[in-house]
Design a protein around this ligand. Structure first.
Ligand code: ATP
Length: 321
């Protein structure tokens, strides 16, 4: 893709994940522990779509993004990028060719930019490394910083001379220099001041709308998922428990874990307070749901595609009455 052209992939599926599992082994010989970070993940992201992945810390969001970025190797499952089964066809993880299509934006705009180089150098290097620099490098650099809504004057600045929000925009410009079709944004605004977060979210929306980029947006922040993402998927303990169009899902959460997350968001319009007892009740319900003998993906609303991973009706009789 070019940063100036409209979407080219139409409604194609950019990312298709099926049955992805990932286990981490930690500790020494005598205290070895295995942790299943991802349990049978299925996920589709269309070109020109933003999907938010929400859930508490440790639920597996980053691990999933890193598996799609091929920074982690899953134990099993398939990962298709525009229909290509990449775990089979591209044995080596995260090759340069792969990174031309799939790019990751990280949380920390400080850590991701080399402090000793001017912005111009950082962006130019990305263009050259990925073979995207032509004779018109200078105009390409200007175009890149303008795409992320910065003034071309920033090209001569060092990272430390920029604000956090400007730095994250430069990190995104560097990603765009590669002309990716898929961006995995792992908490891209969590280290930024609240006042500049919305600008970065709007930039991601612009990349979806004007450039047709498929975006996986990993966040703790349900309000930003509601604002930005076409669909939201909730992860709990390595599994996807509920998903659907963001507004619908967050307005009518079904899974007790989603209800717990939604209930924890401050809401001046809520009449009843979200008290500790209600929270404890939801925690008990989560345990009942997740330990049910038979769980199934249940469609909540066929029109919107809102679904929840719920106990099979025949297994819940007598529970949670
Ligand atoms: N390299 C690793 N080695 C061992 N365990 C890991 C590794 N990476 C992640 N984990 C574990 O896998 C689980 C999922 O972690 P992950 O970072 O994906 O969660 P997360 O939902 O992204 O959390 P956060 O929002 O805090 O980033 C956690 O229990 C974490 O400790």
């Amino acid at each position: 893709m070019s940063t100036t052209t409209a979407p080219t992939r139409g409604s194609t599926t950019a990312v298709r994940v099926r049955g992805l599992n990932k286990t981490f082994t930690t500790g020494g010989l005598l205290a070895r522990k295995r942790l299943q970070a991802l349990k049978g993940i299925d996920l589709d992201i269309a070109a020109g779509e933003i999907v938010a992945l929400v859930g508490e810390s440790g639920s597996g969001k980053s691990t999933l993004a890193r598996c799609i970025a091929r920074l982690e190797q899953p134990d099993s499952g398939t990962l298709e990028i525009f229909g290509e089964d990449v775990l089979r066809t591209q044995r080596r993880s995260a090759t340069r060719a792969y990174r031309r299509t799939v790019q990751m934006v990280f949380q920390d705009p400080f850590g991701s930019l080399n402090p000793t180089h001017r912005v111009e150098h950082v962006l130019e290097r990305s263009l050259r490394v990925h073979g995207r620099a032509g004779a018109d490098v200078r105009s390409r650099l200007v175009e890149l910083v303008e795409t992320v809504d910065l003034d071309p004057a920033v090209l001569s600045a060092f990272p430390h001379e920029l604000s956090g929000g400007q730095r994250q925009r430069i990190a995104i410009a560097r990603v765009l220099a590669v002309e990716p079709e898929i961006i995995l944004a792992d908490e891209p605004t969590s280290m930024l001041d609240v006042s500049v977060r919305i600008g970065v979210l709007n930039l991601l929306a612009k990349l979806r709308d004007e450039h047709g980029i498929a975006i996986l947006y990993v966040t703790h922040d349900l309000a930003s998922a509601r604002y930005l993402a076409d669909r939201t998927i909730v992860m709990h303990a390595g599994a996807m428990v509920e998903g659907g169009p963001s507004l619908r899902l967050l307005d009518d959460p079904q899974h007790p874990y989603t209800r717990l997350l939604v209930g924890a968001v401050p809401d001046p319009e809520r009449t009843a307070p979200f008290d500790p007892e209600a929270r404890a009740g939801l925690r008990r319900e989560i345990t009942d749901w997740t330990s049910a003998p038979r769980l199934q993906r249940t469609i909540v609303d066929p029109t919107s595609g809102h679904w929840v991973f719920a106990p099979h009706p025949t297994t819940t009789q007598g529970q949670n009455a």
